[in-house]
Design a protein around this ligand. Structure first.
Ligand SMILES: [Zn+2]
Length: 307
C-alpha cells in the first residue's frame, strides 16, 4: 500500500482555483494531486504515530445479499486498527493491470436547497450507473450521508450490485480543514461523529461495505486525520483527477482521466449529474481508453491490494 503524509500544500494550491465554485458548496474541480509535489515517506522512515497497515488483507468480500447491517467494520476492506491515525493512499501497487473508478456523491445543504427549489433536477447520474451495470464494470462510490438520504432507491441499487463497493465521503460534505475551497467548515469536535454517522447511514444498505473514506475536496491535515483515528479507516485520495465537476465538454474529462493513468491508479469522478454533467458522456471513452491501455477497472479494495 502506498502511504503518504497529509498534503497541505496541495490544498493551498487548489484553493484559489475553485473558491468561487465553492460558494455553492459543490464538487471541487481538483487538479491532479500527482503533480502537486506532495511528499511520500518510506515505510521504514515512519514514526510510531504513523499509519498502520490494515491487518485483514484477505478479508472475504461479502455478497450483495449481505445482511442489512453490512460488513463488520473490523473486517471490511480499508479497515485499520482503531486508535491509529489512518493511512492516506493515492493508488495501489503499480503492478498488474487494475485501476479503480471512484465516484463521489456529494450533497451539501446548498445542493439540497437547489433540489427543493426546483433549480436542479438531479444530483444522481443514473446514466453512469446504467452504463456500469450494462457493461459490468466494477466501481467504488464515496457517498455522503445526505446524498444517501436524498436517494435511498439509488443507494439500494448501488448496494445491490456485487461489482460496486460503498465508501464514505462525510455526512454533508463540509470542510475538514480551515481552508478548503470555501466549503462551510465542520467543527473539529464534530468530525469523528460526522464520519461515524455516515458509516451508519451507508451500512444500513448492506452490499460491499468498506472502511474507505475520502475528505471533501481531499482537504485534510493532522487534526482531521487524528479525528478519524477512532474509526479504523483508510483515507483514499486518488492519483488521477478527472476534473469532471462543471465540465462543459466530455473531452477534457476523458483526457484528464487517461493522461497519467497507470496500473494501480485511483480515478476520481463524480456521480452528481447537475454538478458533473459530462461524466456520463465521458465514461464510455474513458472505458475504451483504459481497454486500449490494457487497463481493467476493479473494485478499490482489489486495486489497493486489500481485497
Ligand atoms: Zn466531494
Amino acid at each position: 500500500m502506498h502511504v503518504k503524509i497529509p498534503r497541505v500544500p496541495l490544498v493551498a494550491t487548489l484553493a484559489a482555483v475553485v473558491a468561487a465554485a465553492a460558494l455553492l458548496a459543490v464538487p471541487i474541480p481538483l487538479r491532479a494531486p500527482a503533480s502537486a509535489g506532495f511528499i511520500r515517506i518510506p515505510e521504514a522512515a515512519r514514526g510510531p504515530a504513523a499509519p498502520t497497515a490494515p491487518t485483514t488483507p484477505n478479508a472475504p468480500t461479502p455478497p450483495a445479499s449481505a445482511a442489512p447491517e453490512g460488513t463488520p467494520a473490523a473486517t471490511a476492506p480499508g479497515a485499520t486498527p482503531p486508535g491509529t491515525r489512518p493511512p492516506v493512499v493515492d493508488h495501489g501497487p503499480r503492478t498488474g493491470n487494475k485501476v479503480a473508478l471512484t465516484f463521489d456523491a456529494d450533497m451539501t445543504d446548498a445542493m439540497r436547497n437547489q433540489l427543493r427549489s426546483g433549480a436542479v433536477r438531479s444530483y444522481a447520474n443514473l446514466k453512469i450507473i446504467d452504463l456500469l451495470e450494462r457493461e459490468r464494470v466494477p466501481a467504488t462510490f464515496f457517498l455522503t450521508g445526505k446524498w444517501v438520504e436524498q436517494y435511498p432507491d439509488v443507494t439500494r441499487r448501488l448496494a445491490g450490485n456485487p461489482r460496486f463497493e460503498l465508501a464514505n465521503h462525510t455526512y454533508g460534505h463540509l470542510a475538514f480543514t480551515p481552508d478548503c475551497y470555501g466549503l462551510p467548515r465542520i467543527a473539529e469536535r464534530e468530525m469523528t461523529a460526522d464520519v461515524a454517522r455516515t458509516f451508519d447511514v451507508v451500512a444500513a444498505y448492506g452490499g460491499r461495505q468498506t472502511r474507505y473514506f475520502r475528505f471533501p475536496g481531499l482537504c485534510h491535515d493532522r487534526k482531521a486525520l487524528a479525528a478519524l483515528a477512532p474509526l479504523g479507516v483508510t483515507v483514499v485520495d486518488g492519483d488521477v483527477v478527472s476534473g469532471d465537476p462543471f465540465a462543459k465538454s466530455w473531452r477534457p474529462v476523458v483526457r484528464a482521466s487517461l493522461d497519467g493513468v497507470r496500473p494501480g491508479s485511483v480515478i476520481i469522478l463524480h456521480v452528481t449529474e447537475a454538478n458533473a454533467p459530462m461524466t456520463d458522456e465521458a465514461l464510455p471513452h474513458i472505458l475504451a481508453g483504459l481497454a486500449e491501455r490494457g487497463l481493467e477497472p476493479a473494485p478499490l479494495s482489489e486495486v489497493l491490494g486489500l481485497g
